[in-house]
Design a protein around this ligand. Structure first.
Ligand code: ADP
Ligand code: MG
Length: 285
């Protein structure tokens, strides 16, 4: 089984894009075609979600299985990767604040615990460190903090990575076996925009920031390349981002990468670059 699952999401065209030609075709549940010249390029990933597929679909394909993993005691990570405006934040956090962290409604965890309880024929007791509503509130607060921090710098959140980790401890009371503790983590990673950060017209702190983002996304690509090759030396230490994601990418964490792409001709190069990244990630074993 591949250690990294890749679930691509195509966002619907917005505004002016609706009048534009498309740069891709969504051809099947796990395929899409990029309209390259002269020949089109065919891609097969673990799943491809199209523009008309809502958050609930992403929840079914990614959210629910990942929450099951976390409950089974595995650390799990979901990483959104793509150019600015391609739908990373929308996918990770729904439409804040009204919708809340749509598919991360961790209150569903207690529902799942209830059902595993029956199938395991043991008594499961879930003791959240805080109520499910608090988890949502924390996620929203985290996203709002990021938003404020970046607005203060007079820029958008495309310049920062966001990593939110939710730790879970379960106490499973089994008849005759006493209490078993299970700990696991769910990490949600909303990466900075993968388009090239313009270092040319930036200065001082901005320049450093642009360089750091370029470096961390570049290193992420390098790490994935090395993992694909089965190389003994994987350069995790070369960026903070990859140090942080080390367990998720190379360890025994279950990881889903959600590359997000825009469907229009004007986004062709960014979409192509995201698809290349997606294919490499798919090859990691
Ligand atoms: P990113 O985080 O990658 O920069 P956003 O998630 O902020 O991009 O999305 C950009 C815009 O497109 C937002 O207005 C968002 O609401 C909209 N959008 C993104 N993905 C979808 C989708 N799957 N369906 C509907 N609207 C979307
Ligand atoms: Mg965003």
């Amino acid at each position: 089984d591949d250690s990294i699952k890749v679930v691509l999401r195509i966002r619907p065209p917005t505004g002016k894009e609706t009048a534009e030609a498309a740069c891709l075709q969504h051809t099947g549940v796990d395929t899409l075609t990029l309209l390259t010249n002269p020949e089109p390029t065919f891609y097969t990933l673990d799943h491809v979600a199209g523009g008309s597929q809502a958050q609930a679909h992403m929840h079914k394909v990614v959210g629910r299985p990942i929450v099951d993993n976390v409950l089974a005691g595995f650390n799990s990570t979901i990483i959104a990767y793509g150019q600015t405006g391609s739908g990373k934040t929308y996918t990770m956090l729904g439409e804040l604040p009204e919708e809340g962290a749509h598919w991360w409604r961790l209150s569903q965890i207690s529902g799942i615990v209830g059902s595993s309880c029956r199938s395991l024929e043991c008594s499961l007791r879930f003791q959240p460190p805080c109520a499910a509503g608090d988890v949502l509130r924390l996620l929203t607060k985290g996203a709002a903090y990021r938003h404020t921090a970046t607005t203060k710098m007079n820029d958008t959140s495309s310049r920062s990575h966001m990593v939110m980790t939710c730790s879970l401890e379960m106490r499973i009371v089994e008849e005759g076996a006493g209490v078993v503790r299970r700990r696991s983590r769910l990490s949600l990673v909303d990466l900075a925009g993968s388009e090239r950060q313009k270092a040319a017209d930036t200065q001082g702190d901005r320049l450093k920031e642009a360089q750091a983002i370029n470096k961390s996304l570049f290193t992420l690509g390098q790490v994935i390349n090395k993992l694909t090759e089965g190389s003994a030396h994987v350069p995790y230490r070369e960026s903070k981002l990859t140090q942080l994601l080390r367990e998720s990418l190379g360890g025994n964490s279950r990881t889903v990468i959600i590359p997000t792409v825009a469907p229009c001709a004007s986004c062709f190069f960014e979409t192509q670059s995201t698809l290349k990244f997606a294919c490499r990630a798919k090859q990691v074993r």
